[in-house]
Design a protein around this ligand. Structure first.
Ligand code: GSH
Length: 208
């Protein structure tokens, strides 16, 4: 039986995306923590030269970049259940994953989540100017997703896809900040999607 080992901290959104796909495909795995708040050790850099998380080891072979990991898992363990069958559906799924990577993650997690949730938990004051600058960027990214996604009931329609697993962990953190209201003021479909998908058992399991 194939041995899967996932490296990364349980609080990471990208790690949570992979863990959701592992859970949804009933794939057993070991989770090995990586401390992302200090320098990566050489053993981890040998698996992932960029030092980012997650990395998935498959029988000892390291695979990194979340998009590559989840597409691999969907193929080998999910029978492609989480990828649309039509070309445009596949393109939309990858487009949403790319929007999350390129335009949403940095302002939503790198700035708003860090400033609103992490900095105060360590006794610091949030950088309000940075939060104010990040909020319209999050709004633009969520509105871009809303414009191309039916969100009924899943982002791309009747079947849940890897795009949902990309966006859900980001929404978990964003929903704990006051910036959620402004960022989703023009995205009624995404608000409904979040209200229903926030109870997905695989999500609840990874944030527990
Ligand atoms: N392109 C990477 C990005 C992963 C990423 O940014 N992970 C964050 C945690 S959610 C990380 O490693 N942060 C630590 C750091 O940047 O040093 C992927 O898709 O896996």
């Amino acid at each position: 039986m194939t041995q899967f080992t996932l490296y990364g901290p349980a609080l990471s959104t990208y790690v949570r995306t992979v863990r959701m796909v592992l859970a949804e495909t009933n794939t057993p795995y070991d989770l090995k923590p990586v401390d992302i708040f200090s320098d990566r050790d050489p053993a981890y850099l040998a698996k992932n030269p960029f030092g980012k998380v997650p990395t998935l080891e498959i029988d000892g072979e390291a695979l990194y970049e979340t998009c590559a990991i989840v597409e691999y898992l969907d193929t080998v363990a999910g029978d492609r259940a989480f990828t649309p069958t039509d070309a445009m559906g596949q393109a939309r799924m990858r487009q949403i994953m790319a929007i999350v990577d390129s335009y949403l993650y940095a302002p939503a997690i790198g700035t708003i989540t860090i400033q609103r949730l992490i900095v105060p938990s360590q006794g610091g004051q949030p950088d309000e100017a940075a939060v104010a600058a990040a909020t319209p960027k999050v709004k633009t990214a969520l509105e871009a997703i809303e414009a191309i996604a039916p969100c009924s009931p899943y982002l791309l329609g009747e079947a849940i896809t890897l795009a949902d697993f990309y966006l859900l962990p980001i929404m978990v953190y964003l929903s704990k900040t006051p910036e959620l209201a402004a960022a989703t003021s023009q995205t009624p479909k995404l608000k409904d999607w979040w209200a229903s998908l926030s109870q997905r058992p695989s999500l609840l399991a990874v944030i527990a």
